[in-house]
Design a protein around this ligand. Structure first.
Ligand code: DC
Length: 222
């Protein structure tokens, strides 16, 4: 029996899950784990190595060659793929455009969920993703399901991406978010769903401080 605390934050793409998860981890001195970064790093490997997603033996072979590690510095996610720092590259559009297809593969999900469960076995953690409260940690201490108006989400993400990539358009970002929402909610293998015991947080009109307070209230700590 372990009695460590796990906080699961799930929700749609670009809802501010990681902003809230990091703020909570910082406030509570928990470890923050960005599960989406793991699917993104796997996608980057698949793209670089032209892995055919329809060929299970190629997928299984690739997964054996992928070694992921998190290094948390000041609650920012630094992820390495086979010892190479890929934290910036996994946020670029080629990965964003392909990650939902990779994350829909059963073999990929199996491997990632196994690694995520290992991380939550002995430490207090905040993990964000799509299936954390439903599949990875169905017994999590607190589950929050985040949502927000898709237009507001696209505008927020556009602002972030535009700083690094001035050529990007708001329409492109909106399309990508809509596409990922569709794929994430309709895939067969652990689709994005609200766990029945997850608390809904619609942050369309909430600032980050208000969201942190909401989550702390859910834990009865402020
Ligand atoms: O949170 P994010 O946008 O960085 O996640 C990238 C993709 O990974 C997202 O489109 C869906 C997938 N994902 C998933 O299927 N399960 C998770 N637990 C986390 C992310």
């Amino acid at each position: 029996m372990t009695n460590n605390i796990v906080i699961a934050i799930d929700g749609y793409s670009s809802c501010g899950k990681s902003t809230l998860a990091k703020a909570l981890a910082r406030k509570l001195h928990f470890i923050y784990v960005d599960s989406g970064a793991m699917y993104r790093a796997v996608t980057l490997y698949f793209l670089r190595n032209n892995i055919d997603l329809h060929d299970p033996s190629q997928v299984a072979g690739a997964l054996k060659n992928i070694h992921l590690n998190f290094h948390s510095r000041d609650y920012q996610t630094h992820i390495t793929l086979n010892d190479e720092e890929v934290s910036d590259e996994i946020r670029q559009m080629p990965v964003s455009d392909n990650v939902s297809a990779v994350a829909a593969l059963r073999e990929v999900r199996h491997e990632m969920v196994k690694q995520q469960q290992r991380m939550g076995r002995s430490k207090n953690i905040v993990m964000d993703g799509r299936d954390i409260g439903t599949t990875v940690f169905p017994d999590a201490t607190l589950k929050i399901f985040m949502t927000a108006d898709p237009k507001v989400r696209a505008e927020r993400r556009y602002k972030e991406l535009h700083e690094k990539n001035p050529d990007i358009t708001l329409e492109e970002v909106f399309e990508n978010i809509a596409h990922r929402d569709y794929q994430d909610t309709t895939r067969e293998e652990s689709p994005l769903r609200r766990a029945p015991d997850a608390i809904i947080l619609d942050n369309t009109n909430l600032n980050p401080d208000e969201q942190l307070q909401f989550a702390l209230n859910c834990l009865n700590r402020d």
